[in-house]
Design a protein around this ligand. Structure first.
Ligand code: LMR
Length: 397
């Protein structure tokens, strides 16, 4: 039966972690996967999370099944975080949310739902985009195309190219947009550019699918929701995949959500009924732990304030690492101006390193980065940053 099965290539991101784990060098550094490490090089367990977990353990909660769409309190908290607690869309019952297995799970149930709804549609993703976007939508049966996004010459956005592409798509094309902290480039649209994107998406009747996996890692919880809220204000129907992997440092608990904004409450009920079928036939219903913990933190004023402070610390530490990397490369006489790294937002920097330079970094220095040159700045710390700067300086010579 399996004799003809071909060996698949390693995953471009998680495959790197596999390679990293097998590397026996003690000075190795993993700047591949998007994970935040603290200055001690550890994935933090946030204090707010620990307290909510303790409360859950103390309550000796039973582990019954959750509803197919997940915990109601969690889903409501997700909506408020994305759209604002005073969102008229939430009040009108137009938003429906399903707790999902991380942001990837949200994209997948969204993709499966769309495949039944608009089977002939193409899906447009940014060039470049998160490595898994193309694969995920192709596996769901869609043809995937790229719209221009990153401009290597300016380290900014090729906005004219992006708009021209969006204007050229037929109505009903699904457009995947990174709402903040663009993965992999770290280069985001300005609020004014989002206004234009919303206008074009609306005029061309495209289907917006906003992916927001790093809310709070850019400029703050509300500032990072600018794009989502602009779409909400534009009276559009759209999809949002979101994740707490990063913002709650809960990677392995797989805590995400798919939210859809429908035209009205009655439509929202119908959409949810179909989405539940997609979920039921995939994994039945989501796990209890992560969603319960996140809901507890988001809805308790004390824990919420503590979480926001911890999130702010993570955001500031990443900024400090960006500045330190730029300074240390300069100190080492690297001629290229890396000042653009300071403008980028979120965990990543599109460093401009070539695939060959990334290979040398890994082989000669034990520093792992994605072959596109994406590095996870959130994995830098005061102990490894000199070695990383040395390695980058060496491969740029
Ligand atoms: C990343 O881009 O590294 C993260 O989103 C983790 C993942 O699942 O790829």
């Amino acid at each position: 039966l399996f004799a003809a099965v071909e060996l698949a290539p390693r995953d471009p991101i998680l495959g790197l972690t596999e390679q990293f784990n097998a590397d026996t060098r003690s000075n190795k550094v993993n700047l591949g996967v998007g994970v935040y490490y603290n200055d001690e090089g550890r994935i933090p367990l946030l204090k707010a999370v620990r307290k909510a977990e303790q409360a859950r353990i103390d309550a000796a909660a039973a582990r019954g099944y959750l509803p197919i769409e997940g915990l109601a309190g969690y889903n409501r908290a997700v909506q408020e975080l994305l759209l604002g607690a005073d969102s008229p869309l939430i009040a009108a019952g137009r938003v429906l949310t399903a707790q999902s297995l991380g942001g990837t799970g949200a994209l997948k149930i969204g993709a499966d739902f769309l495949k039944r709804l608009v089977p002939q549609a193409k899906v447009a993703i940014s060039d470049p985009s998160w490595e898994n976007h193309r694969a995920l939508f192709e596996y769901a049966g869609f043809e995937v195309v790229n719209y221009p996004y990153y401009d290597a010459a300016t380290h900014g956005v090729n906005f004219a190219g992006m708009i021209a592409a969006l204007e050229s798509y037929p109505a009903g094309t699904v457009v995947v947009l990174h709402a903040c902290c663009h993965n992999p480039t770290g280069v985001d649209l300005t609020a004014d550019q989002w206004t234009k994107v919303v206008e074009v998406v609306k005029a061309r009747q495209l289907i917006p699918f906003l992916d927001i996996a790093y809310q709070g890692f850019g400029d703050g919880i509300d500032a990072d929701a600018t794009a989502v809220r602009q779409f909400a204000d534009a009276e559009l129907t759209f999809l949002i995949s979101s994740s707490f992997s990063k913002s709650f440092s809960l990677y392995g608990e797989r805590v995400g959500a798919l939210s859809l904004v429908a035209a009205d409450k009655e439509e929202s009920g119908r959409v949810l009924s179909q989405l539940k079928r997609v979920i039921r036939t995939n994994y039945s219903n989501p796990p209890t732990h992560g969603g319960t913990v996140v809901a507890q933190v988001l809805t308790s004023p004390e824990l919420r304030a503590e979480w926001e402070a911890e999130l702010g610390e993570m955001r500031e530490r990443i900024r400090a690492m960006r500045a330190a990397l730029v300074a240390k490369l300069k100190e080492r006489g690297v001629a290229r101006d890396f000042g653009f790294v300071l403008q980028q937002r979120g965990m990543f920097s599109y460093s401009g390193l070539t695939a060959a330079q990334v290979d040398r970094l890994r082989e000669e220095h034990g520093i792992y980065a994605v072959s596109t040159g994406r590095i996870c700045v959130a994995a830098l710390n005061s102990r490894n940053i000199d070695a990383v700067a040395d390695g980058i300086a060496a491969v740029l010579k």
